[in-house]
Design a protein around this ligand. Sequence first.
Ligand code: G5P
Ligand code: MG
Length: 223
Amino acid sequence: MALQKIFRAVIMGPPGSGKGTVSARITKSFGLTHLSSGNILRAHINAKTEFGLLMKSSIDQGQLVPDDVISRLILSELKAIGQCSWLLDGFPRTVSQAEALDSAYIVNTVINLNVPFQTIKDRLTSRWTHLPSGRVYNTDFNPPKVPGLDDVTGEPLVQRDDDTPETVTRRLKAYETQTEPVLEYYRSKGVLETFSGTETNKIWPDVEALLYRKLSLINQKVA
Ligand code: G5P
Ligand code: MG
């Protein structure tokens, strides 16, 4: 669908709920620019920047990085991509981050993936990632064509340092205490859309239908 007016969306959900997987489908179908806070942080760590090295230990321990640091980083990335429709994945993750985003942009829609914690724990131990692009695979759900290699570049896949069972438990705890209040924040603004389930393939048609509806409305307003 061609976008005539700028559309700004956020995708939320616990670690491993499928934000990256659904974002890739949204990008393909609707052409929004995808910005993942986790991918940006991991790119810094991979490039061994001073900033990345500072953030690495929090991330490896399953803790959130400081609000002011991540808010500044994401707002400057958004400024850099300019006037285009975007989908933010992994940010905001605290009410303070949501307020920082609000001070600069109006968010049109928040997609919330509500996936049970037990489903998530099983998924993350079998996730493989292509770090440079952020593409994700799963040995059960969407295995790469050649085991251990990225489909597009043929480069090696790695397992994330924060995907160990102990760290996943800590990330889920951080989600409950720090991120769940953000759902209430967006609910009270009337922009929250929740999709519940255990399988991305069953959730996806509903997400796609919602976005068709929202984007048609936006395009009609412009016409
Ligand atoms: P991230 O990178 O934002 P998380 O923890 O929010 O990390 P994560 O782990 O990237 O989220 P996801 O994107 O929600 O998960 O899920 P995914 O990768 O698409 O899917 C997970 C796995 O399940 C994949 O292998 C996929 O193929 C598979 N899968 C998908 N659907 C199905 C299905 O239907 N069935 C099956 N069997 N499998 C499926 O953040 C990382 C860290 O960075 C810091 C924090 O330290 C954070 O812990 N950080 C921030 N800190 C502060 N504030 C912020 N805003 C921060 N953002 C990042
Ligand atoms: Mg992700």
